[in-house]
Design a protein around this ligand. Structure first.
Ligand code: SUG
Length: 446
């Protein structure tokens, strides 16, 4: 195989906190007033990255964004020194302060959508940063995300970058969390599954009643056009509105795919039979292997509580697959029992399950799959990426020491107005850009 999948995990930033910012994301809402531990969060993430690198997978990092985002406050009319602005917003609008302080860019499955070179019309890897405009705290991510992706994937012979879609709900785009690529091999042309929550320009179509549908069909179609994907390479599928209303705010909370395997819950799609038939028909060189988890074995409620489907499904060199699941999967009986049966069943290629403690991120609704952006790369493309973000033993040690130096182990909302936190955060990020050799990508450095 001359191509492989590389995972870029979001390094958790120094302002990681719980603020209940995501209506429709049950974990975020239930932990709105919890005390966070940014140091532990960053280390939990680093451990997963290192473990995958040690297992032989290509692993990279995406850097945290500048938070608190003073620039976003200035754009809203706040004036004065950075410390004055922080104090004023802390006094007048703590909810806004929480939003511009969120470390939400850690969930890099929402950083953007990536189409590998084997799929695109011009033979380059295409990236579109997600506008994330369903939530204010996430809508401010894409300018830095775009700069970061451009800095890492800088060789325009191999990589093409598109700015985020128009910042309006009709084109709401949540990136790779609603996008899965299926293929016979990573360097063979694949079929890209775009999952959306509603049709923006057709209100007659079903839509969730309680929680927002963050991704629209129109946004997904625009990404497919921008990336140069033909009709024969795309499947557009609607999430079941009732499933969104049960807390499935992204498709990667209810389905995961890799290679020719789709692991999904019975309630994931409006029309699962159609999705499977179309994927199978459009997949070249392999038959689709669907693994459906029925409600009778794992209820939708347990699927959301455990984040079973927010796992990473990884190819092993012997053709089998490994599932990387959060620790919550072992704590919930129905899910633990299901996983035992899954491993015992020779009819599917999943042979091993590995469990990771990602509690700090999970408390905000972010499991193993949320924390990573997948990029399928050929060997030549891999050679062309910025090497400073590739996980190695050395980088792992340096990042752990960097976290120890700069991160707090306790954060509550009252701390966000502290000008010292801003200073600590900027100092840490400035050193991080040096450590990774990425150059000036943050507003405070520009
Ligand atoms: O967008 N949580 C994130 C979780 C994103 C998970 N990503 C994927 N499923 N791919 C979100 O809802 C909560 C922040 C807070 O409440 O403090 C938050 O933004």
């Amino acid at each position: 195989m001359t191509a492989f999948e590389m995972n870029f995990d979001g390094l958790v930033g120094p302002t990681h906190n719980y603020a209940g910012l995501s209506f429709g994301n049950i974990a975020s809402q239930s932990n709105a007033t919890a005390i966070s531990n940014p140091k532990e969060a960053a280390k939990q993430g680093l451990q997963k990255m290192k473990a995958l690198a040690d297992m032989g997978y290509k692993q990279g990092i995406l850097l945290p964004h500048e938070r608190p985002a003073i620039g976003a406050l200035k754009a809203l009319g706040y004036q004065g020194s950075d410390a004055d602005v922080l104090r004023q917003v802390g006094r007048e609008n703590p909810a806004l302060l929480s939003a511009i302080s969120s470390a939400s860019c850690m969930w890099t499955a929402n950083a953007g959508t990536v189409s590998p070179s084997a799929d695109t019309a011009d033979g380059r890897v295409h990236f579109t940063a997600a506008n994330l405009n369903a939530k204010f705290h996430r809508s401010i991510e894409h300018p830095t995300t775009t700069r970061m992706l451009q800095a890492i994937f800088h060789d325009n012979r191999h990589f093409a970058h598109h700015p985020a879609l128009p910042a309006i709900a009709s084109f709401g785009d949540e990136g790779a969390a609603n996008h899965t690529r299926f293929c016979a091999q990573y360097d063979a042309p694949g079929v890209e599954l775009f999952v959306y929550g509603k049709e923006a320009f057709n209100e007659a179509r079903p839509a969730p009643l309680k929680f927002p549908a963050r991704q629209t069909l129109e946004a997904s179609q625009a990404i497919a056009r921008l990336h140069g994907l033909g009709d024969a390479q795309c499947v557009f599928a609607q999430q079941r509105p009732e499933t969104i209303d049960a807390g499935v705010f992204h498709n990667d909370v209810i389905a995961v795919g890799n290679g020719n395997v789709l692991f999904y819950h019975e309630t994931a799609f409006v029309d699962p039979a159609q999705v499977l038939a179309e994927l199978d028909a459009k997949l070249i060189g392999a038959r689709l292997i669907p693994i459906c988890v029925p409600t009778a074995e794992v209820s939708l409620h347990d699927a959301v509580r455990s984040y079973l489907f927010n796992s990473q499904l990884l190819s092993q060199t012997d053709g089998s697959m490994t599932l990387i699941v959060p620790a919550e999967c072992h704590a919930i009986d129905s899910v633990a029992a299901y996983l035992t049966r899954l491993l015992a069943d020779p009819a599917n290629p999943i042979r091993t399950v590995q469990v990771f403690d990602l509690k700090q991120s999970m408390n905000n609704g972010g499991g193993p799959a949320c924390l990573r952006l997948r990029v399928a790369l050929t060997a030549a493309e891999y050679q062309a990426i910025h090497p400073g973000v590739i996980m190695t033993q050395d980088l792992y040690q340096q990042l752990n020491a960097w976290v120890d130096r700069h991160y707090r182990d306790r954060l509550v909302s009252a701390d966000l107005a502290d000008p010292l936190l801003l200073l600590e955060s900027r100092t840490a990020l400035d050193q991080l850009t040096r450590l990774t050799g990425l150059g000036n990508i943050y507003p405070f450095q520009l």
